[in-house]
Design a protein around this ligand. Structure first.
Ligand code: SF4
Length: 283
């Protein structure tokens, strides 16, 4: 039995950095540690941190009610108002916003200050997009699909700046930009898609294509893991989506010669290792 694990499986640079920042606070004996939203889309990691005293602030209201402590901003980033609120309340701030996301914040702030209408290609309700919107001087327009791109209506010659949610699919981004580009605006397109996602997806697809069965590890609410699963399933019918090793034990995997493993950006290394070991020993 051969087991091939994708090199890009698991934490990307931004998520690794954010999780390490939380554990750093814990290891330095800090009390009253809060993350603004779950630090990553992984229940295992979030509950391990909870057992070490790290609480999750689920909403802006919960942040408003906080009197003391350290607030950690996750890799998705937040809008300017949240930074202001943390400062005004005298809370300690640990900023784990991914530098790639911070770069988008800078772009949209500068471009909107210079008078451009910001168009964000992405999912309007995603926390990263929420955060990006929060750095625009004027309200941004979010475009998620073809219909919305076609419906976009601004005065001819308008100065617009198009950026993307970091995890958006590149081909979809390109298609939507093409639609917007035909409308006669003064358009400035800045591709802010993070290559970590693209590389992980490419490698997963290639791997799924050459193995007999494929295992995708990641949280059920992680959109990047869901995408990985779709890509792998399209290339390998025997593709399994699991959150932990327990889920894999429930499946009766067919006898195969070669198994591929990949994992979403929020999947910790120890989970990948556990699955690798199990597959090597049990199948
Ligand atoms: S996917 Fe890219 S942008 Fe998002 S946290 Fe990871 S490294 Fe940063």
């Amino acid at each position: 039995m051969e087991v091939i694990t994708a090199k890009t499986a698991g934490f990307c640079f931004g998520v690794k950095r954010a999780v390490e920042k939380v554990y750093d606070q814990v290891n330095h004996g800090k009390k009253e540690i809060y993350t603004y939203g779950p630090i990553i889309h992984n229940e295992e990691v979030v509950s391990d941190l909870e057992s070490k005293g790290v609480k999750v602030l689920e909403s802006r209201k919960e942040l408003e009610q906080l009197q003391s402590g350290t607030v950690i901003i996750r890799s998705h980033g937040v809008g300017k108002k949240i930074y202001q609120m943390i400062e005004e309340k005298g809370l300690e701030l640990v900023d784990a916003t991914c530098p790639y996301v911070r770069k988008i914040h800078r772009i949209v702030r500068e471009k909107s200050e210079q008078g451009s209408q910001i168009i964000i290609i992405g999912n309007d309700t995603h926390p990263e997009v929420e955060g990006i919107k929060g750095w625009c001087v004027h309200p941004a327009i979010v475009v998620a699909d073809r219909m919305q791109a076609e419906a976009l209506k601004l005065p001819e010659g308008s100065k617009i700046c198009v950026v993307s949610q970091t995890t958006f699919n590149y081909n979809k981004f390109k298609n939507l930009v093409e639609i917007i580009d035909k409308k006669g605006y003064d358009i400035d397109v800045i591709n802010t898609i993070c290559s970590a996602t693209e590389e992980r997806q490419l490698e997963a697809g290639e791997l799924a294509d050459k193995v007999d069965a494929m295992i995708v590890i990641g949280g059920k609410s992680s959109s990047n893991t869901q995408k990985l699963f779709e890509i792998c399933k399209a290339n390998c019918v025997n593709t399994y989506y699991i959150q932990t090793l327990d889920d894999l034990e429930l499946y009766s995997l067919p006898p195969v010669n070669c198994v591929g493993i990949t994992a979403g950006a929020s999947t910790p290394n120890y989970l990948i290792k556990e699955v690798q070991k199990y597959v090597r020993n049990e199948l």
